[in-house]
Each structure stands twice: as C-alpha cells, then as structure tokens.
Design a protein around this ligand. Structure first.
Ligand code: BGC
Length: 754
C-alpha cells in the first residue's frame, strides 16, 4: 500500500487549542503515519541527533513537527561520533544510576537529577527522555535493576515522581517505563510474567500508581513482555482499565521499541505511539481501519494523545539552538548526587579516613564502572577513578599498583573484546579480577597505612546476571579481599572495600574480612570524587539500601522462579523458542511469580529470615534518635509526627522509614511489615533536631482483595515501626483503627498530577 502522507494545502496549524480540529482535518493515512514512529521506510527520514531513540512523523502542512525521544534514564544517550578512532567527540554527563538515586531515600536528589538530565536534553534538542525506569526489583539478578529503584513500590513510585517533576519542570517530557511486570531480561520480548492480581495491584503496578499520583509524566512506556498470557501492549485491561481508568493517567502510552505485533489490538488496548516505528505498522493500521477490525475512534484517541504530547514539547514551542548544557556544573551535580546514595554497610572504626598512604587494590579502583549497559549506557567524559578521587583528596597512593592495574585493565578489555566472555548489548563487559600475589601485597603494605579494595559488577539490558558468576564474587576477588586483609591486619592496619555494583551481590563469603564496606553502586562519571568525599567524611553517608542483600540468594521465595543461571548468549535471541532448542521453557517462555506479594524484605521479614544487609540498612558517622512520636487519625488519613535528633558528634542526614504491620482482616497472610512513608532530614548538626510530619492516607494501608476487586483496610491494631532499617526499628508504636474501610480501585479525587 502506498502511503499518502503528502501535503494538502491551506490547512489549520496545530496549536494547544485546536487539537480536535486537527484530528478531524487529518486524513486516515496521515493519522496512521502520526502514531507510528518516523522510520527509515518513510521519505525524508532523518534521525537528527546521533543515538536518537525515535522520532515522530512530521506533517508540516498542519504545523506538526517531528519530536525526538532519547534514552534514558541516567543521562542522555548520545551516540557519539568517534574521532580518528581516538575517542568520542560528544559527551553527555553520566549521572548516578537509579539504584543509587533511590538509595538516597531523598526525593530532592531525584528531582535535581531530573533537572540536570532535562538541561542536557534541551542542549541536544531532545523532547522526551526515555526514563525513569521503575520496574520493581523482584529478583536481585535482573540485568536492568541498576536503572530501576527498589524492591518497594512506595520508594520506587515516589522517587520516580520526583525525577519526572524535575525533568518536566524544565519543559522536557519523561517516559515512565516499563509498564508492567517487566522484571527479567531473558526472553524479554516475549516472556510471560504470570502473577496473581493481588501482587499486580500491591506491587507491580503500585509503583506506577504512586508515581502518577505525585507527578504527571507526559508519556509512559508499555513493556515488551506478556502479563498472564497477553502482551502488555495488547492488554486493554492494563493500559485502559487500570492505567487510564483506575489511575487516571492522561498522558500518552508509547510502546517499548517493538516491531510489528497485532497493531489494531495494541491501538485498541491503549497504545498511542508505536516506536521505533515500522512502515508495516502504518499499513497494518490502515488495513485494520478499512476492514473494520480497528475503530476510527481508537485511532483518533491515539492521534489526539500524540498531538497533546507534541504541543508540550520544546520542538513545538521552539528549540533554542544556542542552548548549551553546563557540563562542568553537571559534573559537580553528579558528584553531589552520588554522595547522597552511597551506603555505608560496615564500619569498624575505620572510616572516615584522614589523608594517608593508601594501597588501592582491585581493577575497578582504576577502572570504575560509572553506569550500566544498554539503553542506559552513556558516552561520558573520562571517568573519575577511585584512584583520582583519593589522590585529589590528598592521599598518597602506590603508583606501582596503579601501573600494574592500568596495564591489566587494558589487557582485560582486549581479552573481553576478543573472547566475548560476557556478551553485552551496548556498553562494556565485566572485567575479571587480577590475581595479586601474597608477596606483592606484603611489599605494598610496608609503604601503606591502609588498603582500599574496589569490587565491581556491571549488568545491562538484554541480559540477566548469572548467580554463580555475577552475584557471587570469583575466587580471585574473594582471595584478594582475604589476602589483603590478612596482610594488613597482621600489621595492625585497616582495610576498606568499595562496592561498585549494579545490584545486590553476595556478601556472606567475604564481608567478615574487611573493616569497612562502602556501597557506591554505579555512581556516574564523578564516582571517584564522590567515593573519596564519603570515605574522608567530607560527606557523611546517608544512603540506605533500597533492596535487601540476602544471606543466601535462595532465601527469597521466588528465587527458583527466575532464569538465575541462563546459559544462552543474547537473551532476546537464544530464548525466543526454548522448547525447540530442547530447553525448559520455565523461566524463559514464562515465569511464575510464585511468591505473590512476598518480594524482597516483605518476604524475608515475614518468613523470619535475616538478611545479610536488610532493606533500609545504612550506617552513618553519627547517630540519630527519635522522640515525640504522635500518631492520630484525621478523617481518612493517619497523621504522624516524629522528632529526629542527631546525638552523634558530626553533622549528618537521616533517612527515616515508617513500616507498618497491619491486622489480617479477611486475608490469610500479609507481609509483617510494609513501607508506608519515608523521608529524609536536612543536614542536622550535632544536637540539632528536626520535626518530621507524615500523612498516610488510610487507603495506603490497604491490601488488595482480588475476588472483590477492592482495597481493604482491616480494623484493629496497626503497628508502626520507625527506623531506617526495616528489621531494626528504633521505635514501635501502635495505632487502633476501629472501623474497617473498603476502597474502590478507582480513586475518587486522584490524580492530583499536573
Ligand atoms: C528498551 C527501552 C528503551 C528503548 C529505546 C528498548 O530496547 O527496553 O528501555 O528506552 O529500547 O532505546
């Protein structure tokens, strides 16, 4: 079929006020073009910015420009030109990744991150950043966990909303992704996530619901996977009944970058824009309208959403071609934000360190992993290494070790490139650790006061991590920690480990050895400075774990129901038809979420299992106490007051979680504790207090009754636990609700989004 997207004359020009008029004036062919990404099959296609995720179809005679969507979510993924093979020409800032942002437990951190990213979008002419990514951390091995926020939907949803508000307050759009239950990368295009309605409502769409309550993302991305046998992109129940109906979402739904599927079913379900876009999808829409399998009203809805999006964008409002991002101040911002989410996991009177002679071990001390791979990979300026950060902070470092590791890093990179040990979609593969002899450690110890070891783990899109090779550290890595500790401890010297990681890792096999452990996540391009800021006490660590680190991976109820040891190469390809390859389709073709709502800390805590490091855990160089706790009911809300006082010696911030244990009501089981509110104090000086106030709507204490399709708040005693770490509350207080409440799925007065 030939597409007639050619000009017509004297047409109305698009404005904010005439969208219905434009929709009536467009031909069916033009409409079918507009809802499919402008692609290489279209005349005049020009992707514009290198690395563009996708652009929309322009129709100049109606004043409809093409708009640009860029990845996302931890910065602008500009695909750089390379100059004479020497290095990229354009850089964008590699900001700290999602997990670190969530580990700040601070909405202002996510907001500032959003602002920085939006400024970079404006500088390259991008209209929408393809982020935040906010799928729930169902399993520690999901390859994209580093992009996401938490195993808890409240933390995920609120941090995501702050990111959205930060970006959009600068006039750039966001795309909250990937809706929904997209929790593994193996067979990511087709895997069927099978879960019960309660888990869906309480966990997997709950974060999105919260995000939409606290912000108004211009776009939302429908995921690749299936949900209970239906592609999410074809699910009317998910995209229309739940998303638009129950959550009141008014923005645009874009497909994750899928080729042709059942296009009319997708439009009918609620997809408004098909990205990256294929000519065949436009043709499919036209055929479906012609043969009656797609109603023109559905197409008009999609067209309206596309136009409503376009009129908000910089491309429509008029890009400022001279807009330059201030990369220097963004580097400072990246440094500041990264400090906010670093988690001090162990500290045996070791940190903060005064500048001294330090021996730096581990390949990642010299080759820090700033971010992860895939859509989130950022081509950034040279990364500040742990070595650089400590050197700039006044440490004297062993240069022999630096030469050794620099040489090894080059070899390890070449080795990975040649042997493709761990295939990567876009970005950089994991390097293995260098074996360091006991003798070398001993000789370095003689001229050092302290040792710092950096252990790294990277992951990315299209691959999940393997349990044996990537959750656990290798023998070389564990031996390095053990041997360095043996030698330095024998000389009465301390050892600190820096974790430069994309997600939870095993700590049981080695965490007893070092004196201090700092989790720096994937901290962005300024990581070395931020690590030094925290290690020296310039910044007092206030990050808290946004997920549990288990004692044993198999402690999680859903651990077996995940491709934890997938043997294929590229997860998309090799997994598509596992049964034809003689593979077990379980966890590849489909994954059963057997654990239902018992995910992460909800599971461990309820089952009475300790975590190696529990959800919310994080040490500080100071100490806080809580007092003057008041809990009262006011109408449909619970009001809470708590005073946080810094009783230690140095200034610091405290992240406070409020966990609730609800009475069972009609439910057989409920998690014994669920995060229902959180906040972070300002920087409190020694002796200083802050009074914090929280309002928790009663509805937010509810569990979802799937049979009756409603939220139920049982009557009885609610136990509120105040503290950072869910398993170790500082204070527990009870509150009694005398009458039960039932709430419909559809919120009466929501959304309050702008
Ligand atoms: C990823 C999305 C990304 C898109 C565009 C997809 O493969 O799943 O997260 O935004 O590509 O690059």
């Amino acid at each position: 079929m030939a597409l007639g997207c050619a000009a017509a004359s004297a047409q109305p020009k698009l404005s904010q006020d005439n969208i219905p008029e434009i929709v009536s004036a467009l031909s069916t062919e033009q409409k079918a073009c507009l809802v499919v990404g402008f692609n290489s099959g279209c005349e005049g296609y020009d992707p514009g910015i290198p690395g563009t995720g996708g652009i929309t179809y322009p129709i100049p005679q109606f004043g409809i420009p093409s708009i640009v969507m860029m990845d996302g979510p931890v910065g602008v993924r500009l695909e750089s030109d390379w100059k004479d093979g020497k290095g990229p020409v354009h850089f964008m800032t590699s900001f700290p990744t999602g997990l670190l942002t969530a580990a700040s437990w601070d909405r202002t951190v996510a907001y500032k991150l959003g602002q920085g990213i939006a400024e970079e979008c404006l500088s390259v002419g991008a209209d929408v950043i393809l982020g935040p990514g906010m799928n729930l951390l169902r399993n520690p091995l999901c390859g994209r966990n580093f992009e996401y926020f938490s195993e808890d939907p409240l933390l995920s949803g609120s941090i995501a909303a702050a990111y959205v508000n930060g970006v959009q307050d600068k006039g750039v759009g966001t795309s909250v992704k990937h809706f929904a239950a997209n929790n593994q990368e193996v067979n990511r295009l087709d895997a069927d996530s099978r879960l019960d309605t309660r888990a869906l409502r309480e966990l997997y769409v709950r974060g999105f619901e919260i995000c939409l309550r606290e912000s108004s993302p211009w776009t939302l991305m429908a995921s690749y996977n299936m949900l209970n046998g239906t592609y999410t992109q074809e699910s009317h129940e998910l995209l229309t009944d739940i998303l638009r109906g129950d959550f009141g979402y008014e923005g645009l739904v874009v497909t994750d970058w899928t080729g042709k599927r059942n296009t009319p079913a997708q439009v009918h379900a609620g997809c408004d824009l098909f990205m990256g876009g294929m000519k065949v999808q436009t043709e499919h829409i036209l055929q479906s309208i012609e043969n009656g399998s797609l109603a023109i009203e559905d197409l008009d809805r999609a067209v309206t959403k596309v136009l409503e999006l376009i009129v908000k964008t910089p491309a429509f409002r008029g890009n400022n071609p001279d807009y330059q991002p201030d990369l220097v101040s963004h580097a400072k911002l990246a440094r500041e934000l990264a400090c906010e989410g670093m988690v001090l996991m162990k500290n045996n009177e070791t940190l903060p360190l005064q500048p001294c002679r330090a021996a730096l071990f581990g390949v990642h001390s010299y080759d820090l992993i700033p971010g992860g791979n895939g859509a989130a990979f950022i081509e950034c300026p040279p990364v500040v290494q742990v070595y650089d950060g400590l050197k700039d902070a006044g440490f004297s470092l062993d240069d022999g070790l630096k030469r050794l590791y620099d040489g090894y890093a080059a070899f390890a990179a070449a080795d990975v490139a040649l042997n493709h040990k761990i295939p990567v979609h876009v970005g950089k593969a994991q390097k293995s650790e260098l074996e360091i002899t006991f003798d070398l450690i001993k000789s370095v110890e003689k001229t050092s006061d302290v040792a710092v070891i950096t252990l790294g783990r990277v992951s990315g899109e299209a691959r999940d991590r393997s349990l044996s090779k990537e959750f656990f550290f290798s023998k070389e890595e564990v031996d390095l920690v053990k041997n360095v500790c043996d030698v330095f401890h024998a000389a009465g010297k301390k050892v600190a480990v820096v974790l430069n990681i994309c997600g939870a890792v095993d700590t049981e096999s080695w965490s007893n050895y070092p004196d201090a452990i700092l989790c720096a996540w994937l901290p962005g391009e300024e990581g070395g400075h931020s690590i030094a800021d925290v290690m020296t006490g310039k910044v007092n660590p206030s990050g808290r774990l946004p997920m549990s680190f288990p004692l044993d991976y198999f402690d999680f109820a859903g651990a077996f129901d995940f491709p934890y040891e997938f043997k294929g190469t590229r997860a998309n390809e090799s997994a598509a038809h596992p049964e034809r390859r003689g593979m077990d389709p379980k966890n590849i073709s489909f994954t059963d979420y057997v654990e239902s709502v018992f995910v992460g800390y909800r599971d461990l805590f309820t089952a009475g299992k300790s975590a190696a490091y529990p959800f919310g855990f994080g040490l500080s160089y100071t100490r806080f106490i809580y007092s003057d706790i008041e809990i009262s009911q006011s109408g449909e809300n619970v009001e809470l007051d708590v005073t946080v006082t810094n009783v230690g010696q140095v200034a610091g911030k405290d992240a406070l979680g409020i966990y609730v244990q609800a009475p069972l009501g009609r439910f057989e089981r409920k998690p014994l504790c669920e995060l229902r509110a959180f906040g972070k104090t300002a920087l409190l000086e020694h002796g200083q207090s802050e009074k914090m106030h929280f309002t928790i709507p009663l509805r937010d204490l509810a569990s979802f009754n799937s049979e009756l399709s409603r939220w139920e708040v049982a009557e009885g005693k609610y136990v509120f636990r105040f503290g950072a770490d869910n398993s170790n509350p500082f204070v527990t207080k009870a509150f009694k609700l005398s009458t039960p409440r039932n709430y419909p799925v559809r919120r009466a007065c929501e959304p309050k989004n702008k």
